[in-house]
Design a protein around this ligand. Structure first.
Ligand code: NI
Length: 259
């Protein structure tokens, strides 16, 4: 039973057909979906979705693109959402030095503050790192032994992967691993220890082949699982089962609900 460990079901791209999207995820065999907030209004929405659907869990945090919007009430709002049992992580938080929508100084400060919030709340973190590998590693190493979590849509090289694994982190692989020119990513993905591997869609973004360029949805995680199983020389069902176990262990999801 695959789990989509990172989707954005709260986004308006799903407002018109969210029930159908969840129906197709169930038909594809998914046992759970973690939907990940990026702003305070979207965190309110992920918490509500987790309350509404038994198979949906939520993460709350402020995305690096959105950190200019953090104000005096933001962290108390996140603490409030985290009281809900099915809010199981702090994310999506991190650094994005590709788009640089906030200054790097602000991104670094807000990332550190949200990591410290996760430590305070004893929750795992879901990390976005785009072209900020060295800074991401440094900020995690400063908190070595006090944090657990996942680097979502992992895009680092083999050396970065080893550093993250040494910190106890999991690495999550998304649809780009299926793209024709992604040989380097496939080479890294092949070497991730199976007990630290997660799979995700990042829907509505990053649709795997053959849906590349279209709206992505959680059901498509099975295509990423199929691709990963092939490059690792194992059965897709086995990869789905082991990544499900990993996701449940990291986020404390417990045994699976029948959706
Ligand atoms: Ni995301």
């Amino acid at each position: 039973m695959p789990i989509d460990s990172h989707a954005h079901l709260e986004m308006e791209e799903f407002d018109s057909d969210r029930d159908e999207v969840l129906g197709r995820a169930a038909a594809a065999g998914l046992s759970a979906i973690i939907t990940v907030g990026t702003t305070i209004p979207d965190c309110r929405k992920v918490a509500a979705l987790a309350g509404l659907y038994p198979q949906v869990y939520a993460a709350v945090g402020i995305h690096p693109h959105e950190v200019n919007g953090i104000d005096a009430g933001t962290y108390d709002a996140l603490r409030g959402f985290a009281q809900q049992e099915k809010v199981i992580a702090i994310g999506e938080i991190g650094l994005d030095f590709f788009y640089d929508l906030a200054t790097r100084e602000v991104q670094l400060r807000r990332f550190a503050e949200q990591l410290d919030l996760a430590i305070e709340l004893d929750l795992p973190v879901i990390i976005h790192d785009r072209e900020a590998h060295a800074e991401t590693l440094r900020i995690l190493q400063q908190r070595k032994g006090r944090l657990r979590g996942v680097l979502h849509c992992f895009s680092g090289d083999a050396a970065m992967a080893r550093e993250c694994l040494a910190l106890g982190f999991y690495l999550s692989v998304a649809g780009p691993v299926t793209y024709r020119k992604a040989d380097q990513l496939r080479a890294v993905a092949r070497e991730i220890p199976i007990e630290r591997l997660l799979i995700e869609t990042d829907a509505p973004y990053l649709a795997p082949q053959p849906w590349r360029g279209k709206r992505n949805e959680p059901a498509h995680v099975v295509e990423t699982a199929r691709c990963l199983a092939e490059i690792r020389g194992m059965a897709a069902g086995e990869l789905e089962r082991l990544t499900e176990e990993n996701t449940r262990r990291l986020f404390g999801l417990g045994p699976h609900h029948s959706a």
